[in-house]
Design a protein around this ligand. Structure first.
Ligand SMILES: [Zn+2]
Length: 398
């Protein structure tokens, strides 16, 4: 039996911590390890020298297929409306010959090297690109399958109702290997929210898959979309299978209205994902936590035609969350880390996540005394273990 052992680490509470990994799982974890049995052969021992041990980082919302990561700089001259960005991207994609397979692989490898072991990526599905992006990202998932746990969302970036054939393409995407059905603003983009959401839930119901909807709609419009979604969650028994990304409208409500809607979201098992954008209102973090609604962190696009910002470092995204929500005390920054670890696993339903016996061995060791220092300094990843494989050793990607 092959075994990896990590000794002389410290947990997020500062206490000594050691871990034994067998067959990609945590076999033992605690202040000290029991001696190996005669059947166990320790083939790799890491002396962490006091490094902070955290679970593998979770990226809950990105777009691996769109990125220009590692490519020449993209000069952004796009208009400022949502529809400008959608049209601009489609035009750029067609003109540049963008290869979603190569792009997604480069960015996914960078995520792994920075300690992200679970990742949900949206992949553009539309009547011009067809399933080309999906095939590229499926190849990336296959290449990294023994290390990175990747969920693929079939995402109709250009909208659905105005583009005949999109539902069929989404249907084909789910049959071909996408795990989650994505969707987009049923009022603001599809302009017929009942028909839009009926189409979304019918397709999800057909495939028995979860949904993850980009909801940029502001104020009352966004709340109306939430209401329509909640009706359909109840009618179809889709509790626990709906994620709403962005959900800016929740940040515009007064506290009583936000609490009332969050209570309904908690009952329906709806989870939220935020990028914590400095330029938009955001769902209320503490109210979500009080209500029991998971609120996870994600980058959204990274260095694509939408945005020059972002990096495949979830500690950097945790810092953005800390800045956006004014988290200053060290114990408050534990919450920012939670958004890119446990909350992400909960929102996206990644299985066997965490630092306990039986969990998938996804481990990150950094040079920091606690989560706050790790986040604020974006502490170097000293070791990264993904599904039991050492992918970063002594700070160097293996
Ligand atoms: Zn997105």
């Amino acid at each position: 039996m092959t075994t990896l052992e990590i000794c002389n680490a410290r947990g997020l509470d500062g206490a000594p911590l050691a871990v034994r990994v067998e067959h990609g799982r945590i076999a033992a974890i605690g202040p000290a390890l029991p001696p190996p049995t005669p059947a166990e052969v320790v083939v790799h021992r890491i002396d962490a020298r006091g490094a902070l041990l955290m679970p593998g980082l979770v990226e809950s919302h990105t777009h691996l297929d769109k990125t220009t990561w590692g490519m020449p700089w993209y000069v952004n001259e796009c208009g400022s409306r949502l529809i400008d960005r959608i049209d601009n991207e489609r035009a750029w994609r067609a003109a540049s010959g963008h290869d979603a397979g190569a792009a997604s692989l480069a960015l996914a490898r960078a995520f792994l090297a920075a300690g992200t072991t679970r990742l949900r990526t949206h992949v553009d599905i539309d009547t011009e690109a067809g399933l080309r992006h999906l095939d590229g990202v499926l190849a990336t998932r296959e290449t990294l399958s023994d290390r990175l746990d990747m969920q693929i969302v079939a995402f109709p970036q250009s909208g659905v109702l105005d583009r005949a054939g999109t539902v069929d393409l989404l249907d084909a995407s789910l049959a071909r290997g996408a795990d989650v059905l994505g969707w987009l603003d049923p009022c603001a983009i599809d302009r017929d929210p009942r028909a839009s959401l009926d189409a979304m839930f019918a397709l999800a119901d057909k495939h028995g898959c979860p949904v993850d909807i980009h909801l940029h709609e502001p104020g009352e419009m966004g709340v109306f979309s939430f209401e329509l979604m909640l009706e359909r969650v109840a009618a179809l028994g889709m509790q626990g299978k709906v994620v709403v990304s962005h959900a800016f409208c929740l940040g515009e409500l007064d506290a009583a209205c936000a609490d009332a809607l969050l209570a309904r979201l908690a009952d329906a098992g709806v989870a939220l994902i935020t990028t914590a954008p400095p330029s938009r209102v955001v769902p209320p973090l503490m109210a979500c936590r009080r209500a029991g609604v998971p609120l996870a962190g994600g980058n959204d696009g990274i260095r694509d035609t939408w945005t020059p910002y972002g990096s495949p470092d979830m500690l950097e995204r945790a810092m953005m969350i800390g800045l956006r929500y004014n988290l200053r005390r060290d114990d408050e920054l534990d919450i920012a880390l939670d958004c890119v670890t446990h909350q992400g696993a909960r929102a996206c339903r990644f299985e066997d996540y965490g630092l306990h016996v039986g969990a998938r061995a996804d481990l990150v060791l950094v040079d920091a005394i606690n989560a706050a220092q790790a986040i604020v300094t974006r502490a170097p990843r000293r070791w990264v273990v993904a599904n039991g494989h050492v992918v970063v050793s002594e700070g160097v990607a293996v």
